[in-house]
Design a protein. Structure first.
Length: 192
């Protein structure tokens, strides 16, 4: 009975610690992709906590067409290790093919959740204090602009009411339902 509690605590710690570190790499990757301010304090924090693992990997895996391939590989490997450790705690088998597909699906899900969360936070901040400067606010605008701008161009002018965040969130939710969930289900069927 006590082993189950210990196993649950171990799983929680692994999911939390690996999840936060993967999120750090994901944010760094997305900020680079969006060309956000590198000297922003949040960006600098992410650089400092991800560099110890990312710099050695970059020596082996170069970027490709402006995409930080090393960051993608590190996120994938961290996700794979996380699943393997959880399976070891649960006493299950480690299935590399299944874990690879599931890790890709989890990373896709994380990207979508990051965008949904940041778009909601950006919308709330625009209602509360639209003209304020804050390092986090500038990062949010930089990060979300590549997704919001196309939606803003497609939508008609509604007298100052910007519905582009709503449209983008709906599209992101559809991606979760039509792309990520089926991929996760596919990985689970492979494991049976």
């Amino acid at each position: 009975m006590g082993g189950n509690y210990l196993g649950n605590a171990g799983q929680f710690l692994i999911e939390t610690l690996f999840g936060l570190y993967i999120l750090s790499f994901m944010l760094r990757f997305l900020f680079q992709w969006a060309r956000a301010d590198f000297y922003n304090p949040v960006s600098q924090f992410l650089v400092k906590i991800t560099n110890p693992l990312l710099v050695p990997v970059r020596r082996i895996i170069p970027g490709l067409f402006g995409i930080d391939m090393a960051a993608l590989v590190v996120m994938f490997l961290l996700g794979f290790i996380k699943l393997s450790l959880i399976m070891l705690i649960k006493g299950g088998a480690i299935l590399p093919g299944v874990f690879a597909v599931y890790t890709v699906a989890e990373l896709m899900q994380l990207v979508i959740y990051v965008f949904i969360f940041t778009i909601i936070v950006q919308a709330i901040l625009s209602w509360i204090n639209p003209q304020s400067y804050n390092p986090v606010t500038t990062l949010l605008y930089s990060l979300n602009a590549p997704l919001l701008r196309p939606a803003q161009r497609l939508l008609p002018n509604l007298g100052g009411l910007d519905l582009s965040p709503l449209v983008v969130i709906i599209v992101l939710q559809l991606l979760l339902m039509l792309l990520v969930r089926p991929l996760m289900d596919f990985a689970l069927t492979l494991s049976m």
